[in-house]
Design a protein. Structure first.
Length: 204
């Protein structure tokens, strides 16, 4: 699977911080039951790699990847844990080098036209726009489409149920990422039916 095929698996990619490892598998099942298969577990908690390992083993219908991957060491640790893809908030030459040698899809984060061109030069035409709303959102993506029509984006940062459809209507957007599908209160209280309902709404 390449990066474009990854984005085509699900139009919405939940961006999740797993704080309690005992919620990881049930949360993944709740999302996949709602039709959302592609799950990004950010490396912003001590439980992240273990969550990736458990979900990859116990929820085969999910495509679980690692987010907030900032170093080659983190990239390699994510693959070892079973990550099906990696996502970064940015891109360094070192990270680009290790990602090019990897068999799994990689989404580098960009915020400007120059960063997008650098990522494309490194071999990555499918990119994450981050932090989307803070840097111009829909207007920026429309502007980038003119000079960079071959670049495909997954915007994240400030995306929610009310604006996701507007992003997905753009010709250079195949998927959006956001945390609204996994509200912290619903996860803490283990209201899996509520999360499945949010996932179903997002899939529709």
């Amino acid at each position: 699977m390449n990066a474009l095929e990854l984005l085509e698996q699900s139009q919405v990619m939940p961006v999740m911080v797993i704080k309690d490892i005992t919620t990881a598998v049930d949360l993944a099942r709740a999302l996949t039951q709602g039709g959302v298969r592609t799950l990004e577990i950010t490396l912003r908690s001590e439980s992240a790699l273990e969550a990736i390992r458990l979900i990859s083993q116990e929820v085969p219908e999910a495509l679980v990847g690692a987010g907030t991957v900032r170093t080659p060491a983190q990239y390699e640790a994510a693959i070892k844990a079973g990550a099906a893809f990696c996502v970064s908030p940015g891109l360094t030459p070192e990270l680009a080098s290790v990602a090019r040698q990897s068999a799994i899809p990689f989404l580098p984060g960009i915020a400007t036209a120059s960063e997008s061109m650098f990522a494309a030069d490194q071999g990555f035409n499918v990119q994450k726009l981050f932090p989307a709303e803070a840097i111009g959102g829909i207007g920026l993506l429309k502007a980038l489409y003119g000079p960079l029509p071959d670049i495909v984006f997954c915007p994240t940062g400030g995306i929610h149920a009310q604006n996701a459809r507007q992003y997905l209507a753009l010709p250079n957007v195949k998927c959006v990422g956001g945390s609204w599908l996994t509200p912290e209160s619903a996860v803490t209280e283990r209201r899996w039916d509520a999360i499945t309902a949010l996932a179903r709404d997002a899939s529709a």
